[in-house]
Ligand binder design. Structure first.
Ligand code: FES
Ligand code: FES
Length: 156
């Protein structure tokens, strides 16, 4: 079946089954492999993307449910103000260890900061609790989010 989806500002026509998860469309059809597969059951957060700015698990989001929503992935989130601030903080704080979970972490953190420029610890916990990191980078993730918030979401 043919679907038209907008990913990172570009319209794509994809021919897949209607129940195909967005994650597979991104990785296998559009060859955007920055978004990772972890559990496939909305339990780990590795596959997180934005749908109209909201953090969304792409492994359980079928392509036929997207409609006209704008999809943003890790490949382009750095072009947003919040995304750039989060990525800079991630580098400054050396958040990443193996890196496998970090696309999802950055997408969830960016959605948080874009919607809540001054998140409390509780806000951070709520927004990030669904993103699992087997390397245990949670403290640096929290520091990174706080640094990005203190920068006012700016890159400098
Ligand atoms: S792969 Fe989607 S939440 Fe784990
Ligand atoms: S950095 Fe290795 S799983 Fe998170």
């Amino acid at each position: 079946m043919a679907f038209t989806i907008k990913v990172n500002g570009t319209i794509h026509n994809v021919d897949v089954d209607s129940d195909t998860p967005l994650l597979w469309v991104l990785r296998d059809v559009l060859e955007m492999t920055g978004t990772k597969f972890g559990c496939g059951k909305a339990l780990c957060g590795a596959c997180t993307v934005h749908l109209n700015g909201a953090a969304t698990r792409s492994c359980i989001t079928s392509v036929d449910s997207i409609g006209s929503a704008e999809v943003t992935t890790i490949e382009m989130v750095g072009t947003t103000t919040a995304g750039a601030a989060i990525q800079k903080a991630w580098l400054d704080r050396e958040v990443v260890q193996c890196g496998y979970c970090q696309s999802g972490q950055i997408m969830s953190a960016t959605a948080l900061l874009a919607n809540n420029p001054k998140p409390t610890d509780g806000d951070i916990d709520d927004a990030m609790s669904g993103n699992i990191c087997r390397c245990g980078t949670y403290l640096r993730i929290r520091e990174g989010i706080k640094q990005a918030a203190q920068s006012g979401g700016r890159e400098d």
